[in-house]
Write a protein of this length. Structure first.
Length: 229
């Protein structure tokens, strides 16, 4: 790894990650992963805001780097602050705003619907089944004792049947989760276990447990009849 491709600076609200603008993207991602992996013990499991500097990034690239950081250390990335002259103040405001929103989500005890997009670091918990009218971004988590239906894109982590119910399910219009847990059964995006889906297929899908494995299949009448709804 180039010593200059990734530089980490810290303040009391989070981390400023300075990126070399000349390093190619794939190499830079590997350098970010290595930098945070080797620094994991130093940072611990603190909740932090992130700010990327030195290189113009799209929203999708920021999320991708945020996911790489989360995967290589125990830092909980709560939000990503915009670059500007008052970086520390921007990070403080972004972190406070995210904490307020997360507190509102934690108070959802008996709702049936949540409208809005869940961003990286946000956690939505429900004592009942819940329908999300929006997307679940990478780094966001949904925890429900019942089922979860996402009327949008699911790319974060979902835990259903949180009380141990393996008959729970997850359904989404676009299914590409980082991790799904149903009862005590876990499937990750990198798993090679039986996940019968095509990555290029964007049809609505449902995830369920069968014979100790999590399967993700297109939603059809036959599939719905075969599982316990």
């Amino acid at each position: 790894m180039s010593n200059q491709s990734v530089v980490i600076k810290s303040n009391k609200h989070g981390l400023i990650v300075v990126l070399d603008e000349k390093t190619d993207w794939e190499t830079l991602k590997k350098d970010v992963a290595e930098k945070f992996r080797t620094s994991a013990k130093f940072f611990g499991d603190a909740q932090m805001a992130l700010c990327f500097q030195g290189r113009g990034l799209s929203f999708e690239e920021e999320l991708e780097l945020s996911d790489i950081i989360s995967a290589n250390c125990q830092i909980q990335v709560m939000c990503i602050a915009d670059q500007n002259e008052a970086v520390e103040q921007a990070m403080k405001q972004a972190l406070e705003r995210n904490q307020e929103e997360s507190a509102d989500l934690m108070n959802l005890q008996d709702g049936r619907f949540y409208k809005g997009t869940l961003r990286s670091g946000q956690v939505l918990e429900s004592e009942t089944s819940i329908i999300i009218l929006g997307d679940v971004n990478p780094g966001a988590r949904v925890i429900s004792k019942g089922n979860v239906i996402v009327l949008g894109t699911l790319k974060g982590n979902v835990y259903v049947g949180a009380s141990g119910n393996q008959d729970a399910f997850v359904a989404a219009l676009s299914m590409d989760p980082m991790q799904i847990r149903i009862g005590d059964v876990i499937a990750r995006s990198s798993d090679s276990r039986p996940v019968r889906k095509k990555k290029t297929d964007d049809t609505p899908k449902i995830a369920f447990v069968e014979e100790g494995n999590i399967y993700i299949e297109p939603i059809t009448k036959e599939v719905l009849n075969d599982i316990n709804l």
